[in-house]
Design a binder for this molecule. Structure first.
Ligand code: SF4
Length: 322
């Protein structure tokens, strides 16, 4: 059984309407299903507004889903409330995009790292001190800097503190929401390498969210591509990046600014903007931007199909992969 099993997860927001007109909803997450194994990294990509961050918040039970299930280690997190949910929170943690905004400027690093230990462990003061030292070692910061405050660190160092906080109580699963996009390019690689090293040691599963496919490609075992609240394609990172089956994945790959050994530049690039999530297009929601769209695409919504072992695609014309 997978460590995490997410089934048909939905999160809708009310967007007006009522007595005299039909209620409108933004379907931010619209029937998302996937699994995640221990020690695995699943990369989640898509343009802004595709539902990535909402999915992250729902997975972490920061928002209530409309329906669906999130089963972690055999327990449906959606069924947990109050004290039961609070006790399980240590098992699933988040690394935020903006480390500065996510750290309390009035708290020392020691106090920031001590908080989850006080909430989720029975460690005494000496035990907490030792664990905080271990965490700082793990993320490459000096133990003697524990008394400092967030403004005394660089952006990359602050993200290391955010990572240490997420790791404090040995979570089974971490959502990293664009954890490097606010950092300088030179620091991004260091943080990505750090996350990979930590994963080797701890076997924590990661859902790694990014709008940049190049970063996700480097760190992930599998990739999930989202568009307007739905998963368009999911599969092994090498297969998906070398022979994408969905036109949206192909377009995302074509926009990655790399020297082009795989001929990515010849693929069809993405044009136009993401349609309003208040009124997603009929049929295939990608059809107004799809260079391969045909009549059926405007009339009938494609279903997610397994087109090869572990390779899923939501396109009428996706061909079987190996
Ligand atoms: Fe394009 Fe049609 Fe496939 Fe949608 S179903 S991605 S519009 S070819």
């Amino acid at each position: 059984m997978a460590l995490l099993e997410v089934k048909d997860l939905k999160k809708y927001y009310s967007a007006g309407g009522g007595f005299f007109s039909r209620k409108k909803f933004v379907k931010a997450v619209d029937g998302v299903s996937f699994t995640l194994e221990e020690g695995e990294t699943l990369g989640l990509v898509g343009e802004s507004g595709c539902g990535k961050s909402t999915l992250a918040r729902v997975l972490l039970r920061l928002e209530e889903p409309q329906s669906g299930s999130i089963v972690l280690d055999g327990t449906d997190l959606c069924a947990l409330k109050g004290e039961k949910l609070r006790r399980r929170r240590g098992d699933f943690q988040m690394i935020f995009q903006d480390p500065y905004a996510s750290l309390n400027p009035r708290r020392s690093i020691y106090s920031t790292l001590e908080e989850p230990l006080l909430l989720h462990t029975h460690l005494d003061e000496a035990g907490r001190k030792e664990r905080i030292g271990e965490l700082l070692d793990m993320v490459g910061l000096h133990r003697e800097h524990a008394g400092r405050y967030p403004h005394q660190f660089s952006g990359g160092q602050r993200q290391r503190i955010g990572i240490a906080r997420a790791l404090a109580v040995n979570p089974r699963f971490i959502v990293a929401d664009e954890p490097v996009s606010a950092l300088d390019v030179s620091v991004q690689a260091q943080i990505v390498n750090l996350l990979q090293d930590i994963q080797k040691q701890t076997k924590t599963a990661f859902l790694f969210i990014a709008h940049d496919l190049a970063v996700v490609e480097h760190i992930s075992n599998r990739i999930m591509v989202m568009y307007l609240g739905k998963v368009m394609e999911m599969g092994d990172v090498r297969l998906l990046c070398s022979t994408p089956a969905h036109p949206y994945t192909e377009a995302l790959l074509a926009s990655v600014p790399v020297l082009d050994p795989a001929g990515r530049g010849k693929k069809k690039r993405l044009t136009g903007d993401v349609p309003s999530p208040l009124a997603p297009p009929e049929g295939c929601r990608f059809h107004p931007r799809c260079p391969y769209a045909e009549k059926v695409c405007m009339e009938k919504e494609p279903e997610m199909r397994e087109i090869g072992p572990g390779h899923w695609c939501c396109c009428h014309f996706a061909e079987k992969s190996r």
